[in-house]
Design a protein around this ligand. Sequence first.
Ligand SMILES: [Zn+2]
Length: 313
Amino acid sequence: MNSCFSLLLLILLSTDFTRLAASQPQTAACAANEKGRPAFVVGQTYFGTSEYIEYLAGDLPVVISVPHGGHLEPPEIPDRELGTNGRYDVLSQELARDIIDAFHRKSGRTPHVIINRLHRNKLDANRESADAAGDNPHALQAWEEFHQFIGDASKEVTATYGRGLYIDLHGHRHNQQFIELGYLLVTGQLSLSDQQLDSTVQPSETSVGLLLHDRTASLSTCIRGNESFGALLEKHGYASVPSNYRPSPTGKQYFSGGYNLERHSSFSGGRMCGIQVETPMSVRESTEQRKKFAEVFEEAVMEFLKENGFLQP
Ligand SMILES: [Zn+2]
């Protein structure tokens, strides 16, 4: 399905998304570029049907999806049978917008960002389609468009840079205020020593097999070494697991990564190194904390890209 088919292209007037959402559609379709990919314009925001899904086209080799931060509860979509009892990743959408602002301000660059604006009661955009949307056609359409935008963004990144970083951004409610980094490794695997982990887990079983293949580094080094993403966040004062300081979540609640990470990381092929980032409430609950974390997150992502050579086309 060509994602341009049903998209409304809105001109990005600024990073003020309230203003943006209220602006008039400029055109109803976008053309394919010379390589046959949809021709998204860097810095512009695109919406799917009924503006349930939002895509900010970027210029960095970074794709960030936000599946659980939506607020919209349109009557045309009934509550999911599986339901969430009103639970969603509170303030994770707002955090994503602060992260976009931090990139613009600090580096003048733009990550690709895909936001599910529907409430999790209506669409769980981190599940396979039946669990995510039931049989409601509007929810199914939004689910398709969410994943299509991620796919289109990833194609753009890999066509330009050869590979990239995919981050599925969430907000957890666990008591411990750690940032939980998911690599499709469960607590039992992370509890192993570095040597045991490296000898028993195949890189292809994780979301970062690409890093190991390209750098011939060990899995333990990639996920909890001194240059791991967790270590970069720890360096800036944010407790993270796994990391050089916290190799395993043993004894604590921990999310290892879900449907989106499996689908959009190199676990399923392709050239995107994937991390599920579960942020604690302590980094989301106030504007000040979100902005502070967003600055650090931008720095950590840029350092990670440089360390791994992702910025060279
Ligand atoms: Zn979530």
